[in-house]
Design a protein around this ligand. Sequence first.
Ligand code: DI6
Ligand code: FE
Length: 395
Amino acid sequence: MLLLKNFTMVPAAGTPVPQAAMVLDGDTIVWTGALSELPVEHGAFPAEDLGGRLVTAGLIDCHTHVVFGGHRANEFRMRLEGASYDAIARAGGGIVSTVTATRAASAEALLADALTRVDALIAEGVTTIEIKSGYGLNIETELKMLRVARAVGQARPVDVVTSFLGAHAVPAEYADRADAYIDEVCIPALHAAHAEGLVDAVDGFCEGIAFSPDQIARVFDAAKDLGLPIKLHAEQLTDLGGARMAAQRGAMSVDHLEYLAAEDAAVLAKHGTVAVLLPGAFYTLRETQLPPVNALRDAGAKMAVASDCNPGSSPMASILLSMNMAATLFRMTPDECLSGVTAHAADALGLADRGRLAAGQRADLCVWDIGAPEELSYRIGFNPLWRRYYRGKSC
Ligand code: DI6
Ligand code: FE
């Protein structure tokens, strides 16, 4: 048992509690509230004084592609010279160029590279990270990526949740044969990865440069047969109705959403599907179409925020900068940004045991050297993390 005291508790929603206390039993929060209300039996435990700092739930980056080979700095240069993301993809660059590098890399090299990015996220208070496959696009490399993702969770004090993203792009060897790719590679890879215990959820990229809603629906059928939850990259570059289709099938989240029709916000809210907003990709691609944040808010849809850390559209390993961008670019409130990387990020991953400061929740916590919760979204580049508790241990 451990007693934390002398801090301000910042819940994912609602008013901060000054002079709060919290009791941890191993990796679980067993009591939290105002110190003045601490039950006497908890008062005798060994105590840590947090010096009046602010405490939030551990941060959750619910959408990343941190496992990949190589880099795409050349495409960054091309975009600065005027080329568009889809033109580069259609000319054989983009996702499939990272596929070539990822196929060529050893698992050891992929892990070492991924850890540099994961370490940056951990240093900002991330305690749970989602990692997608999708740069293999053959059975062997999809499995390699997912094994590396699991290895990240062994190598560092962070929980890793995996998403199978075999339907990310059509590889060169299946050019113009997307349906055959789904049947011959994507779905068999999903089965193989699931058999090895490597898949926590199934994702896809529903876009003109990737897969149609019908093709994604076939992948979702396979997920359903395996009892796996689903999520989808949708409406990033165009509106194909993918988010609506995924929500109607009970998706945990739909992600990106710049081109989501305002009326579809209600569909997300109705199905409890979290809208995961990815301002790093919006920024990097110099997108001008804003996701319909007001419509999502008015409809009561949950909004999460994530880094989308990937080599093409969001080369950003910072959850705090993601929050800053969500506020500055998307006009999300600082409270929405915070719930977006805690409670709603947990919901986007189907994790009921974290993201909120309450008895019964995991003791994943961040202690921040700040005076007001808004500072988490307001600062750019000066990281105020003072201490991180992962499963009840300071590390
Ligand atoms: N959308 C994204 O933002 C990432 N994947 C996706 O479907 C980008 C992937 C990349 O460009 O490498
Ligand atoms: Fe993504």
